[in-house]
Design a protein around this ligand. Structure first.
Ligand code: GLA
Length: 407
């Protein structure tokens, strides 16, 4: 009798358990993909999205890990007579189910966008009052990712609103990644670890390395603004839920050095890697940056620790990120307008990450091989005995990035 009861209990909870597992699997490492917003804003349609799907495959981006194809604001048409949202028939004549099938057939996943308020930021229908219905509609279409924005939410409680859509997505039965886009206004890192898979930490990025763009009612962040904001939030990131400093601007007009620095820092910070350029038509330089597998491996490292800025000295910032196999990633960022000479003595970098991982570099105890992840060259060892200190230039708005391979 008792045995039967236990078996019954086990069977009853198995689906819930397996489902929760499935949900957590979605963000074991930061999400990677492409989104329409940075390049196209509202000017999107089926042809563009299909073209991007094809380009993700043909350019090798999918195989490098970029699997989410996310349609941002302005795909929406009207709600039907039962309240179910429909895509704009002019822009997406074949509909979202067709598009999801197209995308899935190419080994990709489809992302969509909505908003917790009455309207999206671009004035399209929001999900307020339609949360369960919208989640069901996305699940029926075969959507895999939802970016959920925060415009037009007067008198709405943020935690309640994001919990509601999270519950609605789970109830709809299909594992859908929840990318919270609340701009960090209500410190979601303090309350959203069980609600969303990632949360935005600040305002929208724009294509600038270091100037904040100020409008009367809002600001847009530069690459450096995003890095500086994210720096203090590393203890909140972990497998399952990531700080999101916003989508990448690589390939949208920054210099090659700046693109390299931007990409490197998103990898060091375990940030979502969501491309925002027109990948149907990109330079070889952009492609080489965004497909750097050694950097992507740093971003996707299973230890899931957001890197830390250990030291800022004479214009250079020294960042470290512990990795699952005992290696460390290390980046030297020059955010100044001048090239800077750098001299490294590894013994100055003995430290323990007491805040998150408890890992120590222990350069006084262990030797690491120094692998330059951009030039792909080995650059000696960190050992105490190797007296020869290397000096080199870190160019303005650029980085030097190493993988320190533990011996
Ligand atoms: C907000 C978001 C952006 C983008 C736009 C769309 O500004 O933060 O990332 O989704 O809305 O309108």
């Amino acid at each position: 009798m008792k045995k039967n009861y236990l078996l019954w209990l086990f069977m009853a909870f198995l689906p819930t358990f397996l489902y929760a597992q499935k949900w957590n699997e979605l963000s074991k490492t930061p999400q990677m993909g492409w989104s329409s917003w940075n390049k196209f804003q509202g000017n999107i349609n089926e042809e563009i999205i299909v073209g991007i799907a094809d380009a993700l495959v043909s350019s090798g981006l999918r195989d490098a890990g970029y699997t989410y194809l996310n349609i941002d604001d302005c795909w929406h048409g009207e709600r039907d007579m039962n309240g179910f949202i429909q895509p704009d028939p002019q822009k997406f004549p074949k509909g979202m189910k067709w598009l999801a099938e197209y995308v899935h057939a190419r080994g990709l996943k489809l992302g969509i966008y909505s908003d917790a308020g009455t309207e999206t930021c671009a004035g399209k229908p929001g999900s307020l009052g339609h949360e369960y219905q919208d989640a069901l509609q996305y699940a029926r279409w075969g959507v895999d990712y939802l970016k959920y924005d925060w415009c037009n939410t007067v008198n709405i409680n943020p935690k309640g609103a994001y919990q509601l859509i999270s519950d609605a997505l789970r109830a709809a039965g299909r594992p859908i990644f929840l990318s919270m886009c609340e701009w960090g206004d209500n410190q979601p890192w303090r309350w959203a670890t069980e609600i969303g898979n990632s949360w935005r930490i600040g305002p929208d990025i724009w294509c600038s390395f270091d100037s904040t763009r100020v409008f009367p009612t809002y600001v847009q962040y530069s690459v450096m603004d995003c890095i500086n904001r994210n720096d203090s939030l590393r203890q909140y990131a972990a497998p399952g839920h990531w700080n999101d400093p916003d989508m990448l601007e690589c390939g949208n007009g920054l210099s090659v050095n700046e693109d390299r620095a931007h990409f490197t820092m998103w990898c060091m910070m375990a940030s979502p890697l969501i491309l925002g350029n027109d990948i149907r038509n990109m330079s070889e330089e952009t492609k080489a940056i965004i497909t750097n597998r050694e950097l992507i491996a740093i971003n996707q490292d299973t230890l899931g620790v957001q890197g830390l800025k250990l030291l800022s000295k004479e214009g250079l910032d020294y960042w470290f990120k512990p990795l699952a196999n005992g290696d460390w990633a290390m980046a030297i960022l020059n955010s100044t307008k001048k090239d800077i000479k750098c001299e490294i003595n590894w013994q100055n970098f003995n430290f323990t990450d007491t805040q998150v991982s408890q890992r120590s570099t222990s350069f006084n105890k262990y030797t690491y091989q120094v692998r330059n992840m951009w030039t792909k060259r080995m650059e000696g060892k960190t050992s105490k005995k190797s007296k020869k200190q290397r000096t080199f230039i870190v160019p303005s708005h650029d980085v030097v990035a190493y993988r320190l391979i533990k011996q």
